[in-house]
Design a protein around this ligand. Structure first.
Ligand code: PGA
Length: 226
């Protein structure tokens, strides 16, 4: 059975008390053993410590990820969080999300530096691309480090209109040709109702979930149905 990655991207949402409620909701759910699933929660930086404590307290087999990484080392870079700091809490980091590309003007050069930082600090990058052409200049580095690629078509993000699973499967197949060892995720309007349409495709190794991951109960159902 293939291993599935189920990644929650909370984006810029939740306070500490809201995060604790999320765990309360989720822990009412009776999970099947998660042997073939890697569940990764990517909260804002401000919640990494609290969530790490909640995961331990609730004895959940979840991993943590950050939503971004500084392209710089530690130093005089106000507002930045660097790889060395992230590594204290997380094993994964999302790199190049379309919102970072759009609102923070992250380009290929910056994304490449972030991938290098992830590699240096032993964080597995979850590289988001909305188009296969975004992968071409980066595929060489992905072939030399442990990494994940998430295909997220722009029209599907936050729109309630997920891609056609056949189409995403085809894109995942093309991505696999370029980076053969890298798990490929699909992201964009995933819910507990449509998750399995994607995860059952042979070249899709999991999902990246935004909006629907904000409810503990819905996220628990996504894990169950994936
Ligand atoms: P969505 O977001 O699930 O809310 O569409 C996905 C993402 O941006 O990663």
């Amino acid at each position: 059975m293939k291993k599935l990655f189920i990644v929650a991207n909370w984006k810029s949402n939740k306070t500490v008390s809201e995060a604790k409620n999320w765990f309360r909701e989720l822990s009412t759910f009776n999970f099947q053993p998660l042997t073939d699933r890697e569940v990764i929660i990517c909260p804002p930086f401000t919640l990494l410590s609290a969530i790490s404590a909640e995961i331990k307290k609730n004895n959940l087999p979840f991993k943590l990820g950050a939503q971004d990484i500084s392209q710089f080392e530690s130093g005089a870079y106000s507002g930045e969080i660097n790889g060395d700091q992230i590594k204290e809490f997380a094993d994964y980091v999302i790199v190049g999300h379309s919102e970072r590309r759009k609102y923070f003007k992250e380009d290929e050069k910056i994304i490449l530096k972030k991938l290098e930082m992830a590699q240096k600090y032993n964080l597995v990058p979850i590289l988001c691309i909305s188009d296969i052409v975004q992968l071409n200049p980066l595929s060489f580095i992905l072939n030399h480090q442990s990494a994940i690629v998430a295909y997220e078509p722009l029209f599907a993000i936050g729109s309630g209109k997920a891609d056609n699973p056949e189409n995403s499967e085809q894109v995942a197949h093309v991505i696999k040709d370029k980076v053969s060892e890298v798990p490929i995720l699909y992201g964009g309007s995933i819910t507990s109702n449509n998750v399995n349409n994607f995860t059952r495709k042979p070249n899709i190794n999991g999902v990246l979930i935004g909006g629907a991951s904000l409810s503990g109960l819905e996220f628990a159902k996504i894990i169950e149905n994936a």
